[in-house]
Design a protein around this ligand. Structure first.
Ligand code: UD1
Ligand code: UDP
Length: 369
């Protein structure tokens, strides 16, 4: 039984579900917690997946403790009823941790996709660093996207025989979606109106949603974005996360600006097309840090730390924190200094080769022979 609930988990688990379903030796079910509702449904629709079980747990402005308790008490009975031989979770959300715990309480083995990412700081990102560490204590199959992630697990005494370096399934999703959009550009039509509006400008894509940035961090990001948009040669396209703690402050700080488009979350093909059309990406997202290097787009990471240092080491991503002056100065440097831009815009792909999902399905099938 695969269990997931948010947009990024769904994007990264769709290829895994499809790979598992190609195997006759496995009986695969999909349980969604719907920790996210609309953003999850967007991904499921495009990914062609109808969940077998949908717990429909999202509430507006949910707190960590109310969501956490709903997840645990919602998932337990599902596992009791369905009695899966294995639960497969992804990443580092509250769904990930609570599904791992509910499975552990019933002695059901857990597989963890995207295991071993570590920032080393339990407050950045918060609460994801603890979510994934808890799951690492429980999982007996750990699918590490990179060698570095595998090393991090070994350093925490996770059994070496449980660790498999597979690549990140986001690259599977990205390659498949990029190819589909190339074949049929109408798939990314959600982006067309805003690209038309900003024709001739250099596009800066912005995303932001981290809980540890709520309040002062979000205000600083909004301030930086507003001041960057004072330049007439750029335009900002900012698909705004629906969390009220993000949407409210961003709309009041940035709404109505000529060169800023605050738009609803894009479906995945639309967002892939936005990355492709962008000159620079400003983000505090995890997944976007993994995707942008494939397009050779410089990424300024608006966080204090990252669990994805591979992009920083390769020189395609730079940690800029949430200091408005630093975000602005690094953005202007990339806009004005061709050499600085060229140095960061090399296309490369430290996170995977597009075949992670089939490796994961093979390992799971072997574990249950
Ligand atoms: C969650 C994850 C985070 C992940 C992020 C991806 C936790 C604690 N956080 O954060 O690790 O990086 O998803 O986006 O697991 N909402 C909607 N519609 C949606 C989705 C969200 O309206 O489709 C609003 C709701 O008001 C909801 C709020 O956003 O209560 C927060 O959602 P939640 O999943 O708790 O937190 P995220 O910040 O999205
Ligand atoms: N994404 C999307 N539409 C958007 C913004 C992002 O499909 O409008 C995708 C993006 O390509 C990436 C994922 O959502 O795969 C990242 O999700 P998010 O930033 O919400 O979560 P994180 O990766 O930080 O956990």
């Amino acid at each position: 039984m695969t269990v997931f609930g948010t947009r990024p988990e769904a994007i990264k688990m769709v290829p895994v579900v499809h790979a598992l379903r190609t195997r006759e030796d496995l009986d695969v079910s999909v349980c969604v917690t719907a920790q996210h509702r609309d953003m999850l449904d967007q991904v499921l629709a495009i990914g062609g997946i109808t969940p077998d079980i949908d717990l429909d747990l999202m509430r507006d402005g949910q707190s960590l403790d109310e969501l956490g308790s709903r997840l645990l008490s919602g998932l337990g009975p599902v596992f009791d009823e369905e009695k899966p031989d294995r639960v497969l979770v992804h990443g580092d959300t509250l769904t990930t941790m609570m599904a791992s715990l509910a499975a552990y309480f019933r002695k059901i083995p857990v597989g963890h996709v995207e295991a071993g990412l570590r920032s080393g700081d339990i407050h950045h990102p918060w609460p994801e660093e603890v979510n994934r560490r808890v799951t690492a204590c429980i999982a007996d199959l750990n699918f590490a996207p990179t060698q570095r992630a595998a090393d991090a697990l070994r350093a925490e005494n996770v059994a070496p025989s449980s660790i498999h370096v597979t690549g990140n399934t986001v690259i599977d999703a990205l390659f498949a979606t990029r190819a589909k959009v190339a074949d049929d550009p109408t798939l990314a039509a959600s982006l067309d109106p805003v690209l038309k509006r900003f024709a001739g400008k250099r596009i800066i894509a912005v995303t932001s949603h981290r809980r540890e940035n709520f309040g002062d961090g979000m205000a600083a990001i909004a301030d930086a974005v507003a001041r960057i948009a004072e330049r007439e040669d750029v335009a900002i396209i900012f698909p705004v996360h629906p969390n009220p703690q993000v949407r409210g402050p961003m709309e009041s700080a940035l709404g109505g600006h000529d060169r800023i488009a605050l738009i609803d979350p894009l479906d995945y093909p639309g967002f892939v097309a936005l990355l492709d059309a962008s000159h620079i990406v400003l983000t505090d997202s995890g997944g976007v840090q993994e995707e942008a290097p494939s397009f050779g787009k410089p990424v300024l990471v608006m966080r204090e730390t990252t669990e994805r240092p591979e992009g920083i080491e390769a020189g395609t991503a730079l940690l800029v924190g949430t200091d408005a002056e630093r975000i602005i100065s690094e953005t202007f440097r990339l806009l004005d200094d061709e050499d600085a831009y060229a140095a960061m815009s090399r296309a490369h792909n430290p996170f995977g080769d597009g075949h992670a999902a089939s490796r994961i399905s093979e390992i799971i099938a072997n574990a249950h022979r």
